[in-house]
Write a protein that binds this ligand. Structure first.
Ligand SMILES: Cc1cc2nc3c(=O)[nH]c(=O)nc-3n(C[C@H](O)[C@H](O)[C@H](O)COP(=O)(O)OP(=O)(O)OC[C@H]3O[C@@H](n4cnc5c(N)ncnc54)[C@H](O)[C@@H]3O)c2cc1C
Length: 272
């Protein structure tokens, strides 16, 4: 299939990009790496009058450490972030999760913020942002606002972004000194996760846990450490709080079972 005809716009500045977004509104989409958008357009799941290509905007290509967070501009690709020295030292949890996002080739084009904007419930990057308590910076002609990951992703492929807004950056709070762990089950390496679980040590005996692929958006919870029986009991309570998300790859029951099997070792690793 081919997409229907559309106008291709390559703005030279963020101002030009938000002007175009303001003009076209819902009839336009931002094009970042195109790794999700082009497929959806080819299948005509998405039809637009205009594509606003931000992939070469120098203003959006920055990675910087600011206020205890790693700020990633909207044109930064997943591989560029993986290669940045700041990632490992400031957000090692994300450094561990990024290689699970697609393949080397898709990461060369796919952007960090594009994955957050796309808001797939199984995606690793939105899961990391939610678990770390990060946020998204949105800009439009009307101004700039910052939304927490929790406020931003509202459901399956759905976000609080207004039609005239674009993401200009995502901020991942540094977790350099905290224990963490990540596990994922997918059909093949490079596929979206059926279940992804990330853990962050927040105290001597407490963890923040993030689950992807089990609810329509990342599911975040806290867990007190304890003996194996107590941890198993806690996990059993958690899996019944998921909202029953399922798709052609796995039922919600299978996803709950995967969590029961994957979580204990992951929790042990994060505490260690
Ligand atoms: C073979 C393959 C395997 C993959 N496997 C995985 C995987 O395992 N895990 C995973 O998480 N992803 C996976 N992906 C998806 C990949 O991570 C995409 O790169 C990502 O979902 C979208 O990023 P992008 O930059 O390509 O965005 P695009 O495809 O360009 O855009 C996606 C959506 O986000 C919007 N958007 C993008 N940037 C902005 C912005 N700055 N402001 C507002 N809206 C914006 C677009 O308008 C569009 O609606 C895979 C893709 C492929 C092709």
């Amino acid at each position: 299939m081919k997409p229907r005809a559309f106008t291709y716009i390559r703005p030279a500045t963020i101002t030009e990009a938000v002007d175009a977004l303001s003009h076209y509104g819902e009839r336009a989409r931002v094009l970042a790496g195109g790794q999700s958008l082009m497929a959806m357009m080819n299948f005509r799941l998405v039809e637009v009058d205009a594509l606003i290509d931000i992939s070469r905007l120098a203003e959006l290509s920055r990675i910087r450490v600011t206020d205890g967070a790693l700020e990633v501009g909207a044109a930064v690709t997943q591989n560029q972030l993986l290669l940045s020295p700041e990632l490992k030292s400031h957000v090692p949890l994300l450094a561990e999760m990024l290689p699970w996002v697609g393949h080397f080739q898709t990461r060369n084009r796919g952007t960090v913020c594009g994955s957050i904007a796309h808001a797939d419930p199984s995606s690793e990057i939105p899961l990391a942002l939610a678990l770390l308590g990060g946020c998204v910076v949105l800009q439009s002609k009307r101004g700039t606002r910052t939304l927490s990951a929790d406020q931003f992703q509202t459901g399956i492929l759905s976000t609080a972004r207004a039609p005239d807004e674009m993401i200009v950056a995502a901020r991942f709070p540094a977790n350099g000194k905290s224990g963490h762990a990540f596990r994922e089950t997918s059909r093949r390496h490079g596929d979206f996760a059926i279940v992804g679980i990330a853990a962050l040590k927040t105290g001597a005996n407490t963890l923040r846990l993030g689950f992807g692929g089990v609810s329509s958006r990342p599911f975040i919870s806290t867990l007190e450490g304890g003996n194996a029986k107590a941890v198993t009991d806690e996990i059993e309570k958690l899996v019944w709080q998921f909202d029953g998300y399922e798709d052609m790859h796995a039922t919600s029951r299978m996803r709950r079972d995967l969590v029961r099997r994957m979580a204990p070792a992951l929790i042990e690793e994060a505490f260690a």
